[in-house]
Design a protein around this ligand. Sequence first.
Ligand code: SF4
Length: 389
Amino acid sequence: MTITQSPRALYIHIPFCTNKCHYCDFTSYVLKGQPVDQYLDALEQEMARTVQQWPPVEIDTVFVGGGTPTVLTPVQMERFLKSVRTYFPLAPNVEFTMEANPGTTDIDKLSAMKAGGVNRISFGVQSFDNGLLERIGRIHSVDDVYRSIENARAVGFTNLSIDLMFGLPGQTVELLADSVNRAMELGLPHYSIYSLKVEENTLFHKLYERNELPLPPEEEEFNMFILLMDMLKGSGYAHYEISNFAKPGYESRHNSTYWRNEPYYGLGAGAHGYLNRMRHVNLKGITPYIDASAQKLPRLETLEVPEDEAMEDLMMVGLRLLEGVPASRFSKQFPGHTLERKFGAVIDKLLNDGLLEAEQTVDDTIYRLTDKGVLLGNEVFGAFIGYTG
Ligand code: SF4
């Protein structure tokens, strides 16, 4: 099959967790009793079929997410990472990220990750308050966080990131400030901080429906966002994406692929991929995924993204990056179209409302969120949905 633009990014999903967090609606299953080795066999089969159908050039970024990839044993980890390197040619300066749960990262595991090519770890920490961690169903404690960061450094990892959450039930502005402070004391080059979304089919959704989830009031959540931005920016971290902060040079290159609406391979149960303007979702169940992978690519569905929708996507995800969307990127992805012709009226309105700003360079115009737009991001992104210029 002809491929119009070879993906340079690869996402692989490991859908197992020690247990299920109360807010989680990702494709993840409790590890106990799962056929992990057969799953890794199936992943290898999917890798082989994928590269046969969509031959890769060099891969610039790999992201192994979940689930909890670090539930693999060191032996499974070694085997899995070897298969990645066998099927996908990695660039010499590849950014190779693996998500990790602080409760599942001992020295042996981390050594297997490092030996297998991983060079960036994203730890799902969420909070530095043990009470909150328990309330949201995390398996790790604050001590585990310190131990895992120490272990990662001892093994030689320097490119480390922590995920935190705000807007959690029972969380106050003070508790969040304490977590952000303690996270920054670790001196890592990257932090991601997300607000809780109560998703359907989660324990939190059930509690919410029963009015038993004490979420902070909206105004307090807003104040949390302002506070965390001030704290991180005040400590020299660039706020480069709505939920992400980094020291110069440590921005997540892999996630920038999504934010720039560029193609990527997506493998594993429930994984999404984007190739040739076709989005696919893989089968989510472990057994259906394993069975299908023995015969063919294990797709749940593959959908062509209509051009209008791809244009909306580019704006919605692109404006999440505080660098903004250059008009030239739009014309490059959609030859024969210009950003102003397609979205002129909506952009004018957002400029007038003070939510967007436009920077004129010698040969381009860059549209980006203003400070007010960052706070009201969902309003900005929503303005592009269903807009037909
Ligand atoms: S560790 Fe992550 S993927 Fe696993 S259940 Fe918790 S939130 Fe979901």
